[in-house]
Write a protein that binds this ligand. Structure first.
Ligand code: AMP
Ligand code: ZN
Length: 509
């Protein structure tokens, strides 16, 4: 299947055909978390967008180097050039070493993403691990006349940058004059030649814990610089895709473009991708607004606004039900709907994985499964419909990762899985190739591309053993025992499906 992937490039503000610089290799950089607190669901949504991109690019044959950093220094409270370091502040509050804060929340971040079945990136570099590169970059920008030292700090010179024919504001569509009127002179900003200039190195006050020696005295790197240094170090001075949340477009990504263009004489990134926000009642979910949910609160249901617990895979499925560029509002109703649909999908996954092709001549009887299909002709209309849905899934993913439409196509395939399972259709009616396509695509789309997997507390072996007991008790008419086994399944939100042709268990939908 041809894969003309199109992605929306924030730089050109349109969907573009994705053409990597040196296929089959793809370089992908995503701004990672600032590890001063627990990762919230809004952050998760952004990282999920790029987990899907990573999975899909790999699926269609690219060799992806996926770099997602950990910000462990330089990101200041308020996201500007003044104030305390987010990590340093937390270290003071908790009376811990900054690196203890970093370790604690990096661990949390990894645990959360693992529960949500994320793939790990190829490289996960840290800002503090790249101080030498950052100091070198500052020196280089000063030498190129694009940065200046002022009172122990170093600022990027926007006017000089623009005078060289560049356009600071190109990515975010900001106009310098408007930005200037929006910018209020804050305390300390008078060190700057232009209020829009941004720090690439900051002088550290004695009480600022995280500081290092530099040619400009003791200080620490500006937030934006780490991503420029780490992305170009691992992916080259020009690379394919850079991603992050929409809120990072300005100033963070705008500044990254300016720094890298200043350093290397060319724009660093071909495709800029920005994921939209997870909102609560229309407002961005954020730690500072106090409306954020932690994944752990969702998984346990332990939050005043939650009516119940939602599993990691329900959460993942919920987020994938909308395309990454649209906002997604968080609500109990939407999550409940996602839970139901996710269970239907998992029942389909279990069913198709257990199904084997049975040729039309066969009259088969295996344990618990009786199928008789002599003389079944291939139903070419159904096969064509399955092919259409398979193509529809790829078309949706190729259309700027439209997971919402892709999931709808997957549910078209689920219809066929279900009628096979209910014995209303024989595998022979799809022909060997048609059946194999349905089985292969349904599992690949669900597991490999969307990253969804079954969640159950008992192993298949134990559940299978309980089903065997159920069959025995039923055959010997010991209905009290039969009921006990039903209760055992129910306690795990599972049900026994006692069908004419088959006895099985399923997730309670
Ligand atoms: P931070 O740890 O604050 O640097 O944020 C990590 C990532 O999460 C960034 O790419 C942000 O753009 C993203 N992010 C923050 N809040 C939200 C939200 N409510 N919805 C989606 N992404 C978000
Ligand atoms: Zn970044």
């Amino acid at each position: 299947m041809a894969q003309p992937l199109k992605i929306y490039n924030s730089l050109s503000r349109q969907k573009e055909l994705f053409e990597p610089l040196s296929p089959p290799h793809v370089g992908l950089y995503v701004c990672g978390p600032t590890v001063y607190n627990y990762v919230h669901l809004g952050n998760v949504r952004t990282f999920l967008t790029f987990d899907i991109l990573f999975r899909y690019l790999t699926h269609i044959g690219y060799k992806v180097r996926y770099v997602r950093n950990i910000t462990d220094v330089g990101h200041l409270v308020g996201d500007g050039d003044e104030g305390e370091d987010k990590i340093g502040r937390m270290a003071k509050l908790e009376k811990l070493e900054p690196m203890e804060i970093v370790q604690r929340y990096t661990n949390d971040f990894h645990q959360v993403l693992e529960r949500l079945n994320f793939h790990t990136p190829s490289i996960e570099p840290t800002a503090t691990g790249h101080l030498i590169e950052q100091i070198e970059a500052v020196k280089d920008l000063i030498n190129k006349g694009l940065a200046y030292e002022s009172n122990g700090s170093v600022y990027f010179d926007i006017n000089k940058y623009n005078a060289q024919g560049n356009n600071y504001g190109k990515l975010s569509g900001r106009v310098l004059e408007e930005l200037l009127t929006e910018t209020r002179e804050l305390e300390g900003t008078s060190e700057k030649r232009n209020p829009l200039d941004f720090a690439i190195w900051k002088k550290a006050a004695p009480e600022h814990i995280m500081q290092w020696e530099s040619p400009w005295g003791k200080g620490f790197p500006g937030w934006h610089l780490e991503c420029t240094c780490m992305s170009t170090k691992y992916l080259g001075t020009q690379f394919d895709i850079h991603g992050g949340g929409m809120d990072l477009k300005f100033p963070h990504h705008e500044c990254e473009i300016a720094q890298a263009t200043g350093l290397n004489g060319a724009a660093p990134v071909r495709y800029w991708m920005h994921s939209n926000m997870l909102t609560v009642n229309g407002q961005k979910m954020s730690k500072s607004l106090g409306n954020s949910f932690l994944p752990a609160e969702l998984f346990t249901g332990n939050h005043p606004l939650l009516e119940q617990a939602y599993s990691p895979m329900t959460t993942r499925f919920f987020m994938l039900q909308s395309q990454y560029r649209s906002t997604l509002d968080f609500s109990n109703d939407a999550l409940k709907g996602a839970q139901k649909a996710f269970k239907r999908l998992m029942n389909g996954l279990r069913a198709i994985k257990a199904m084997e092709y049975i040729p039309s001549e066969a009259d088969t009887q295996t344990a618990g499964l009786k199928v008789s299909t002599p003389g079944v002709a291939i139903d070419s209309k159904k096969v064509a419909d399955i092919e259409k849905s398979v193509q529809g899934f790829y078309d949706a993913m190729n259309d700027d990762l439209n997971t919402a439409v892709a999931i709808a196509q997957l549910f078209n395939l689920l219809k066929y899985v279900n009628i096979l399972y209910l014995n209303q259709l024989s595998p022979a009616a799809l022909g060997e190739a048609g059946f194999a396509m349905l089985k292969e695509k349904f599992t690949t789309f669900t597991e490999e591309i969307l990253g969804l997997k079954e969640e159950k507390s008992e192993s298949d072996a134990i559940l299978g053993g309980m089903l065997d007991l159920y069959r025995e008790y039923k055959a010997s008419q010991r209905y009290d025992k039969v009921d006990q086994i039903r209760t055992y399944f129910k306690a795990q939100n599972l049900v026994i499906r006692d069908m004419k042709h088959r006895i099985d268990w399923a997730y309670e939908e």
